[in-house]
Design a protein around this ligand. Structure first.
Ligand code: S3P
Length: 195
């Protein structure tokens, strides 16, 4: 009796390809990314953390001194360096999708959008003082405006996971692991002609 070959694990299917987590501030890229990296036995990297390590400055200080454009330059430089690695889960800053050049690096891996409702983002970020873009008299309005401008960019990800409130991190990771093969399916082959 012939037996089916064992199903390939997501980590084998990825063949060393990086996973990039994109999405708004507060959507859980870092927490999810750390757990996902553990599950895949991948390295975990966070572009914001690398930016602060190499500059020895906080994101707020960088925004203050160099403006958003200066921060975006650093972010792109870090992404280009990070993309040289393999077998990495990369949590990106929420605005990484804004620069066209960044997509060339992101597309070398598998891009996953963690899509969290804006009210939930607001709940999580209400007390936050580390995101310069949210130091605004109307942070909820600001989040809505940013998401309005970015939604179509996030939607260009290979995979989108809609995150319901109260979803446990393990559930999120398991769902991602189940989704990976759907994004890696081989593209349809052209038909074979006999002559
Ligand atoms: C930003 C998101 C932040 C950080 C910076 C700008 C954004 O990262 O890069 O404050 O433009 O959305 P997180 O998404 O990790 O909070």
């Amino acid at each position: 009796m012939s037996q089916n070959p064992p199903a390939k694990r997501p980590v084998d299917q990825l063949q060393g390809m990086n996973l990039y987590l994109i999405g708004m501030m507060g959507c859980g890229k870092t927490t999810t990314g750390q757990r996902l990296a553990q599950a895949l036995n991948y390295r975990f990297l966070d572009t914001d953390a690398v930016v602060t390590q190499v500059t020895h400055q906080s994101i707020t200080e960088i925004f203050d001194q160099m403006g958003e454009a200066g921060f975006r330059d650093l972010e792109s430089r870090v992404l280009s360096q990070v993309s040289a690695y393999q077998r990495s889960v990369v949590a990106t800053g929420g605005g990484i999708v804004l620069r066209r050049e960044n997509w060339g690096y992101l597309r070398q891996g598998l891009i996953l959008w963690l899509d969290v409702p804006v009210e939930q983002l607001y709940q999580r970020l209400q007390q936050d003082t580390t995101r310069p873009l949210l130091q605004d008299p109307d942070p909820l309005g600001k989040l809505k405006t940013l998401l309005g401008k970015r939604r179509s960019l996030y939607a260009a990800a290979d995979l989108r996971l809609e995150i319901q409130s109260g979803m446990a991190p393990e559930t999120i990771v398991n769902q991602i692991l189940m989704m990976i093969p759907t994004a890696l399916k081989a593209p349809p082959q052209p038909p074979e002609y006999s002559n």
